[in-house]
Design a binder for this molecule. Sequence first.
Ligand SMILES: [Zn+2]
Length: 585
Amino acid sequence: MNLKWNLDDILKKEDFGSLFEDIKKDGKILEDWVIKLKPEIGNKEFEKFLNFDEAMSIKMARLGYLPSLMESTNQKDSEAKFLQAKTEKLQLKISETAVKISMWLKGKREPILDDKNAKRLFAVIKDLEYGLKYARDKAKHSLSEEIENLIINKDMNGIGVVAELREMMETEIEYTLKIGKKIKKIKTQSELLSLTHSPKEKIRRAAYKELLTKQKKNVHKFFAAYSAIVKDWGYEAKLRKYDSPIEVRNIGNDISNEAIEELLVACKNNRDVFHNFFKWKAKELGKNKLERHDVYAPIDKKEVKIEKEVAIKLVLESLTKFCPKFGQYAKEILEAQHVDWMPKKDKRGGAFCATVTPTIKPYVLLNFMGRARDVSTLAHELGHGIHSLYAQKHYSGSQHAGLPLAETASTLAEMILFDDILEKELDPKIKKSLLSDKMGDAYATILRQNYFVLFEIEAHKIIPEGIKVEDLCKLYLNNLKEQFGSSVKIDNLFQYEWSYISHIFDSPFYCYAYNFGELLALGLYKKYRENKNLWLPRIENILEAGGSQNPQELLLKNGIDIRSKSFWNDSFEIIRSWQKQLNSL
Ligand SMILES: [Zn+2]
């Protein structure tokens, strides 16, 4: 098997020039459409426009993805950079026209598209109806063109700079780790944070101490930045007639406030399962009580190496066992040479799955080093690809599921793999370490993220009223105390932790996407295990819909009410079963 991407399926390099010229011509045709689009336009004519728009987006996606994927495997690829710059310039030019059309569709540009005609026209292509309607509904919160432009410019030179300055402050911090007599310089925060997972307690403790001492030293600056961001967010939310600061995010995700409230409460109410885990872990580490810096301590020190072929076999077998189509789709991606496997100099880190167009099989980038978590990442990214292939019959504009459902297949794939490995593993020591890691991950993606959002809700309430930095730190410390209960001892230094959580600065209320996605997949998996015949087709329905339907309604049609407490509570049952197994081992 080839370890590198075959990008010819997107576009052969020698065909870049002709496609570029082709799109340039399309750009001119698009300008004509600006004039032709009127409220009284006929259905046939509007359909023609939508299909033209679709064909053009597909061409643009191919043109844009070729250089961007080339660049991700070699960030110093000068040819990629050249093609990228060329594409961006063309995209910018076309987006000027595209913005006019999108403003018109939203009823924000003359000749105004009224609700009645909008309804008629949007129904012309069923597959695109939801997306068009959603964009138009969301635009109810937008302001006049003049004010929107003003905000864009003010943000760019105002709050945007605040966010940039915060990031600069963070990258400028240098860390020195003192362990006994040894002193080690550490350049980046991410390097320092990786030490909080060290098997050695001394190192974990020292890493957190250094991180939080530096945050404490700069906390007034971080507070100034955070206050500005929170006040700006709240001011704009009011101006745009949102009911609350978090509603801005909820409407952005097209999920009801009600569903998010239930999610947040359910996570809070089920926190005892993690408390039990922390108590178990304390015993495992030979302590009376766990300390905050022990939360990510591994309980097994050695790591096994897994060959690529073994990883593929493990993943394909488990996916196929879950559902033959899952296995089939994953195999198609692998066989198309759409996985770039190995880490290499100048290749970007991490992993992702890119879906270019509905007819091109998705591309997966990995940095595979044979660790257990690399196998899990393989399953996760193939899961994204599987989701795209389930939804390949859609228009490109409705293939991708929005944020609330975007992690469903990927998280499911990880879960399926984990369950399979756990079932096959006979050595209780390895079983224990697998389960303990899983519980730690579940804590980090579910409870921790949930409490960030609970903190934000309070912070967005009290900051506009005028508070001191000490008040915010106190609020955070109380948030931690509630989160951990009596199961973990929390050092006072952790009151400064909020100041390094970049999401709360850069994307307020974003964090619930993590617990939402994880618990949704857990809930679906639990139901699948209880009644495969009923739930597998429903899971497939959800994936097949891609992004063509409102997520909440789509789930409801398939037996899941995310506004109900019982659904979210039920999702915790799997986590509880992991903890039960841990207790019995
Ligand atoms: Zn993902």
